[in-house]
Ligand binder design. Sequence first.
Ligand code: ADP
Ligand code: MG
Length: 394
Amino acid sequence: MAARGIADLDLQGRRVFIRVDFNVPLTPAGGVSDATRIRESLPTINHAIERGARVVLASHLGRPKGRARPDLSLLPVAAYLAEALGRDVVLADEPAGDGAKKVVNDLRDGGVAMLENLRFSPGEEANDETFARGLATYADVYVNDAFATAHRAHASTAGMVKYVASKGMGFLLEREVKMLGKLVGEVERPFVAVIGGTKVADKIGLLENLLGRADVVCLGGAMANTFLSAQGVGMGRSLVEPSKLPIARAFLAKAESSGGRIILPRDLVVAEDARAEAGTVVPATCVPDGQAAFDIGPESVAEMSGVLSRARTVFWNGPMGVFESPAFAAGTLGVAKAMASVMGGTTVVGGGDLAAAVERAGVTPSITHVSTGGGASLEFIEGKKLPGLAALES
Ligand code: ADP
Ligand code: MG
């Protein structure tokens, strides 16, 4: 049976366990530095409160690797949320156990409690049965609104769900599934994919999947370096993944024989290192010795913009360069502007770093959907079954 939405669940007076993804970046002083993920789940939390639920929120934060770490407490998140909701949020001192149980038992209708960082317990990532059962004792209703973690089979996203009778998707999860769903199966054409960032290994599955489905695949960022290198281009000191050269070569050969159109950068912005104040544009035929490519050049932006201007469906993951530095941000900003001007089609951005870049470019409102999921959005578009979604079905 297809997963239900929270609007269809009976919440009044019930303990509603909401798995959120509040894995937000913190400031050095321990405050919340970007609250996007918290804000994105507010509609779900407010809905539960208005329906008179006893709300139990659960999230992970960072990588505490199964032990309590005060610097990764959800305390600043609970404080931010209390402010945003205009009501108390009681934080338990542990993810499960007597402290958590008491906080949940003390809840009244419309009240909000939060469990401490789930990954303080090794049972969370191990999807341990005992830990999962323990979490389920806090829930009459299970709601998942943590899209960014839906590709993980953890106790709070998968293991506990079978022990709760009533379950469904929060509004954020529903929107992600609906919007990313537009890129799976039949899509409006031309369908253009733009893939940048780093780590060929993480994205090769997606690339191979897109090769058969997208009309054009544009490559940029450090990703493109490895593919250029595979074509025999000298890349100087650029970030290249030598162990992935065979995969890149095989991919390019497959693209050629299948007629899939791949666009690699024609020109690059190079410098001695990423802290340089400015770079030099060179053709993508040879990166000078001692230099590295940190962005795609203006001709590449123009070519990709041309392709994007005719697109009806676009998926973009990973920045085109080291956008964190103004000297190497032009490629990413240029492609962001081109994507924002696609009229009437569906444009989707996925990936944590890219979402930040698009926000910085000021074009987020012109993009159809900016996914809160990095790895989860890639796996979804690849057509993989996400464990967090599968657990909500049946
Ligand atoms: P996302 O989070 O959007 O999926 P990734 O995590 O794969 O993206 O990659 C983002 C990082 O890639 C950014 O920090 C950016 O600085 C870096 N990057 C992009 N292009 C290059 C390049 N040419 N050389 C080195 N790093 C790059
Ligand atoms: Mg990233």
